[in-house]
Write a protein that binds this ligand. Structure first.
Ligand SMILES: Cc1ncc(COP(=O)(O)O)c(C=O)c1O
Length: 360
């Protein structure tokens, strides 16, 4: 059967190597993955207990609109529950958003390098991805993005903090940028890592939305909240913006256990505080140790580091793999000297540095 032409342009997604596969291929007993920006603490104990208690109800469909979760998020952020849509991970939300808005020939702008889903979903709809390189220090070139806006521009994605660079956009510059756009363009703030931002006085998409700007914010429970395997994402925007997305959304996009786990995690403040502290300390430790080896570590406001190894990353990646550490080479973004390293537990971070020293 003949493929749709647009599908041919989409490269297959290459996930980080799985722990199981590396164990099997290399005959290792223990493998640590610091490649997918997962939460090294594992899920919150409250989430585990809540899921355990809910297992006997697994034969029942979940609440399709995930009302309890949306009501909880609405009160957390001071918006209305009908200004929130949930999905099977933020990936699914991004895909539903692009499917709802991007027609053949429409342009979707974003900085590059960034999260690859904006490109693939746009291509799938017959839209045109327009990439604007980040600045030399890997921050968003908002002027450059604005200069690329045309009559065909539909959406502009700003990944804040950006994956894979960990950089954040300046708050005033972001507000001015949003303010100065024509009416037919909407900004989407992908805030998968926003809970990790440590710098003071930063503006989120939700702040802008509450100030009356027509922005769309996407978020996830996969990172800070430790539920990547369960797939819970959401978007916050005006109800009119969400309406076509609700028509396209799979009815039961978020499963019963995932809803229960997300709610329980939001109640687990100790878990979040512990994770924030672990991430902050791990980031400082890894940055200092990597710099001692002569690498360039970009300042990160997330749970990963973007590192310039100043040589091709292949040998170091392979060497670490043999020692049971998976990191993420940035070749797929066109950076063959850079890697992205997720921040682990202190023990994992120390193990990584020991392995790296041996490989070097
Ligand atoms: C910037 C960004 N947006 C969205 C996602 C998707 O997250 P989810 O696991 O909720 O699909 C990721 C996952 O890595 C990400 O890095």
């Amino acid at each position: 059967m003949k493929w749709r032409e647009t599908v041919k342009e989409i490269a297959p997604y290459v996930p980080g190597k799985s722990i199981e596969l590396v164990k099997e291929e290399l005959g290792l007993d223990e493998v640590i993955r610091l490649a997918s920006n997962e939460n090294p603490l594992g899920p919150s104990q409250k989430a585990l207990d809540a899921m355990q208690a809910a297992l006997p109800d697994a034969h029942l469909y979940p609440d399709a609109p995930a009302t309890e979760l949306r009501v909880r998020l609405a009160s957390l952020y001071g918006v209305d529950a009908d200004q929130i849509i949930t999905g099977n991970g933020a990936d699914n939300i991004i895909s539903v958003l692009i499917s709802a808005y991007v027609d053949e020939g429409d342009e979707v702008l974003y900085g590059s390098p960034t999260f690859p889903a904006y490109r693939s979903s746009t291509l799938l709809m017959g839209g045109t991805p327009v990439e604007v390189p980040l600045t030399d220090d890997f921050t968003f070139d908002l002027e450059g993005l604005k200069a690329k806006v045309t009559d065909k521009t539909k959406l502009i994605f700003i990944c804040n903090p950006n994956n894979p660079t960990g950089t954040v956009v300046d708050s005033d510059a972001l507000e001015n940028f949003v303010k100065g756009l024509p009416d037919h363009v909407r900004v989407v703030l992908d805030e998968a890592y926003i809970e990790y931002v440590e710098q003071e006085d930063y503006t989120t998409g939700i702040d802008l939305f509450k100030k009356g700007y027509p922005v769309i914010t996407t978020r996830t429970f996969s990172k800070y909240y430790g539920l990547a395997g369960l797939r819970v994402g959401y978007a916050i925007a005006h109800q009119d913006v969400l309406e076509p997305m609700l028509r396209l959304r799979e009815p039961f996009a978020v499963n019963r256990l995932a809803i229960i786990a997300a709610l329980a995690t939001l109640d687990d403040e100790d878990y979040m505080a512990l994770h924030a502290k672990m991430n902050r300390e791990g980031k400082a430790y890894l940055t200092a140790e990597l710099e001692k080896l002569g690498f360039l570590v970009y300042p990160s406001q997330s749970n990963f580091l973007f590192v310039d190894l100043k040589r091709k990353s292949d040998d170091i990646f392979d060497g670490l793999l043999k020692k049971g550490f998976i990191i993420r080479p940035c070749n797929s973004w066109g950076y063959d000297q850079h890697v992205r390293i997720s921040i682990g537990t202190q023990e994992q971070n120390e193990g990584l540095m020991k392995a790296l020293q041996a490989v070097m």
